[in-house]
Design a protein around this ligand. Structure first.
Ligand SMILES: [Zn+2]
Length: 297
């Protein structure tokens, strides 16, 4: 990855529906000066401040990533964060007209295309990087994430295993580069298990789900469409595990720093990803040389 900070050259806009609540939202991506970081701002709320995309601004939400500052919250930022991490974007303001990010096609693809349309530019100021120097482990029931030192870059791996809920078992690993993210990761769409979607619907969520922007995995490990329950056309044979790696990429970027490490997720999801990001940030905050974004809150 480049040593320089990056932003976009011009403002770009996108309109869509949120995946969980199905409400209309317009997002505007705006260039930012060096050392600004990535932040989200609710322009529908009078006087609301930008919310840094940072572990220190996370709100409790086990199913996806929600940021908050005062009354203002922004839900479902993870796929834009993965796009930003993969493209090496360090400075960006995302304005929203509602509280949920648009679902797009359920992957990072629309956000990558939007950032490309805004023309990614380098800012000739070096970015913050952090090389992990000691092993870290976070665990939750039978799930875990292990991070190991690796000075050459970021390698993300995931082992998908739903136990008795589904017979699907997949593993995937990727050395993160811009080109590799394009080919192997950005297009992997979100999914859930058939028994989870019923739980989401009971909670009144999943209103923006379409036949194209997500899929279900049944007990036998087959991918089916979320509404008509027909066999789903996958973009990669192992699209589910690739999406888990995409989520991990976006979630770890909530440290606000480009990480150099090998990170292995086993049966993990957003809540454990966030625990690892917090542990990493704990180590980073002992580094006086890193310019820290949360201080601006
Ligand atoms: Zn996701």
């Amino acid at each position: 990855m480049s040593q320089w900070q990056r932003t976009i050259k011009k403002e770009v806009e996108y309109y869509g529906l949120g995946l969980f609540r199905g409400k209309e939202v317009t997002i505007t991506l705006k260039p930012q000066p060096p050392d600004s970081g990535i932040s989200f701002q609710r322009i529908d709320l009078k006087g609301s401040q930008p919310i840094p995309a940072h572990v220190t601004c996370l709100r409790n939400d086990l199913k996806r990533i929600t940021l908050g500052r005062g009354e203002a919250e922004v839900e479902g930022i993870e796929h834009l964060m993965a796009a930003a991490a993969g493209l090496g974007i360090t400075n960006l303001l995302v304005e929203l007209t509602d509280n949920e990010m648009p679902a797009g096609d359920g992957s990072s693809k629309v956000f990558v295309e939007l950032l490309k349309e805004g023309e990614v530019v380098e800012q000739q100021v070096t970015k913050n990087t952090f090389s992990l120097c000691e092993p870290l482990v976070v665990e939750e029931d039978t799930a875990s994430i292990i991070a190991l030192p690796f000075s050459e870059g970021l390698v993300l791996s995931h082992r998908l295993d739903f136990g008795k809920l589904s017979s699907l078992r997949q593993s995937f690993s990727l050395f993160i580069t811009e080109e590799g993210s394009f080919k192997e990761l950005f297009a992997a769409r979100t999914f859930c298990l058939t028994n989870q979607i019923e739980e989401f619907q009971r909670l009144g969520l999943g209103k923006g789900v379409t036949e194209e922007n997500s899929f279900l995995i049944d007990k036998e490990g087959l991918a089916i469409t979320p509404i008509q329950r027909k066999p789903a056309a996958l973009r990669y044979a192992d699209e589910p595990v690739r999406h888990k790696v995409l989520d991990l990429l976006g979630d770890l970027y909530l440290t606000g720093v480009e990480l150099k490490a090998k990170v292995f997720g086993i049966k993990s999801g957003h809540s454990l990803n966030v625990s690892m990001a917090k542990r990493l940030y704990g180590l980073m905050s002992r580094e006086p040389s890193l310019k820290r974004q949360e201080l601006k809150v």
